[in-house]
Write a protein that binds this ligand. Structure first.
Ligand SMILES: [Zn+2]
Length: 458
């Protein structure tokens, strides 16, 4: 069977062979060229940090993924608001001749070089940044705790707490290392510095020693420790500040305080004509009462600066002390010669010549401490030490008369005191020149010693 002739086939079949080969070759060249062009034109992404190229990746998305992975790695430790401190640039570049990093390789490179900043809250007091804490809630808690510290320092019922400084809380990205704990921020605000230099008291230390050893003045040391006074004994092991505590906030706390206070009793004097004028008797013991006082107290950083009494309530009335004072009197002495003995005892040395001397009074022996009484009513004109007299009391009775009481152990009156007849003015002693305990008693008229026995009853 004869096949029909097909023109086309015939053409190929018969076509000139050269042309056929040319077309195939042309196709091959085109394919090769486009492959080369593709390779030359292909882009990869160069990753650099602060201008320094770290490597290349084939896809932009890889960088985004690595960033997310790094953030989530830090997030566990630092919370969700974090940012890289450095800028990461991703630039498309021609792939030719570039080494392509795997995702793992680039992750490791970036992890090594990047640092993160976290969102924190700055506490600013009077325009100055004082502390960075991790968030607003922490900052508010710190400020509240500072207030509470002062509120709890004083007793009473809180009326109000005020802070006179301006306080701002500002969000900031910062190095995580700069973020303080709430405790440290609170201490800083309360004390003015984080690290308080302190000193532990050793055996035998005085404030002066410590000040000198630390190279500070005693004044500064006392200022740093308002709880101490210079004369205070230091307790062994007590911790004292070496630097003045300067709180950064001014916190004023107003409180209502109630406290009890004694009410002093009054003394009432009643006259009793059964008693001598120089005698008195307590008829009723006095007793203090008690009152409850309500006051408004203002403390500035723990130091009381103002107190105002709001009201008082008597809880117990005081009991008046009642004293009966004698009115029974001897006829007032005016140079009549009627004197009381200063005490009851034996005259051991009379008035007058004694060996080569002149004894200007009489000596009446008695035990040390025996009361010496005023011979008559009068005014004390001398009470103190005078040479060989020792402790001496002189009483002026008017009319030119004086009585002297010498060698006293103790003196119970002062110059200017008005004394009654028989009132105790001193006690027997051995002061001045004496040979034993006695009172040396003189009566003087216009300054001239008289024989006391002429003036004393008996
Ligand atoms: Zn004498």
């Amino acid at each position: 069977m004869k096949l029909p002739r097909v023109e086309g086939f015939y053409f190929w079949g018969r076509a000139d062979h050269k042309r056929k080969i040319l077309i195939i070759a042309l196709c091959c060249v085109l394919a090769a060229l486009s492959t080369i062009a593709f390779i030359i034109n292909r882009n990869v992404y160069a990753v650099s940090v602060d201008g320094k190229t770290l490597g290349n990746v084939s896809d932009r998305k890889i960088v985004d993924r690595i960033k997310e992975d790094l953030k989530s790695k830090y997030r566990d430790r630092l919370g969700s608001d974090i940012e890289f401190s450095q800028e990461i640039q991703v630039t498309p570049v021609r792939a030719l001749g570039k080494k392509i990093d795997t995702e793992q390789q680039l992750f490791e490179k970036l992890d090594k070089i990047l640092s993160v900043q976290v969102k924190a809250v700055a506490i600013e007091i009077d325009g100055q940044q004082i502390a960075l804490v991790k968030d607003r809630q922490t900052a508010e808690a710190v400020l509240q705790e500072v207030k509470n510290y002062y509120v709890n320092q004083s007793p009473g019922e809180l009326i109000k707490v005020e802070v006179s400084n301006s306080i701002e809380l500002a969000e900031k990205f910062t190095n995580p290392e700069r973020i303080m704990t709430a405790e440290a921020a609170k201490d800083l605000i309360l004390k003015g510095s984080v690290e308080m230099a302190t000193y532990k008291v050793k055996q035998g230390d005085t404030l002066w020693d410590i000040a000198r050893a630390q190279g500070i003045s005693l004044d500064e040391l006392i200022k740093a420790n308002p709880q101490l006074k210079s004369e205070d004994r230091l307790a062994l092991g007590e911790v004292i500040n070496l630097k003045e505590v300067k709180p950064l906030l001014n916190v004023t706390v107003t409180k209502k305080v109630t406290y009890q206070e004694p009410i002093a009793y009054k003394t009432e004097i009643i006259k009793d004509d059964n008693l001598w004028k120089w005698d008195q008797k307590v008829k009723q013991q006095g007793e203090n009462g008690t009152k409850e006082v309500a006051a408004q107290v203002v403390y500035k950083n723990g130091v009381k600066v103002q107190q105002q009494v709001l009201g008082e309530k008597v809880l117990k009335e005081p009991v008046t002390r009642i004293v009966a004072r004698g009115t029974k009197a001897q006829v007032a002495f005016r140079g009549s010669g009627r004197f009381l003995w200063p005490l009851v005892g034996t005259v051991t040395s009379p008035f007058g010549r004694r060996g080569g001397e002149f004894h200007t009074g009489i000596d009446v022996a008695a035990d040390r401490g025996t009361p010496i009484r005023a011979s008559n009513a009068g005014t004390v004109t001398f009470a103190g030490r005078r040479g060989t007299y020792g402790n001496l009391v002189i009483i002026d009775h008017g009319g030119g008369y004086e009585t002297w009481y010498a060698h006293a152990n103790s003196i119970l009156v002062s110059v200017g005191d008005r004394v009654e007849k028989g009132q105790q003015v001193a006690t027997v002693g051995t002061t001045g020149r004496t040979t034993g305990s006695h009172v040396h008693f003189e009566v003087r008229l216009n300054g001239k010693p008289q024989n006391p026995l002429n003036y004393l009853s008996r």
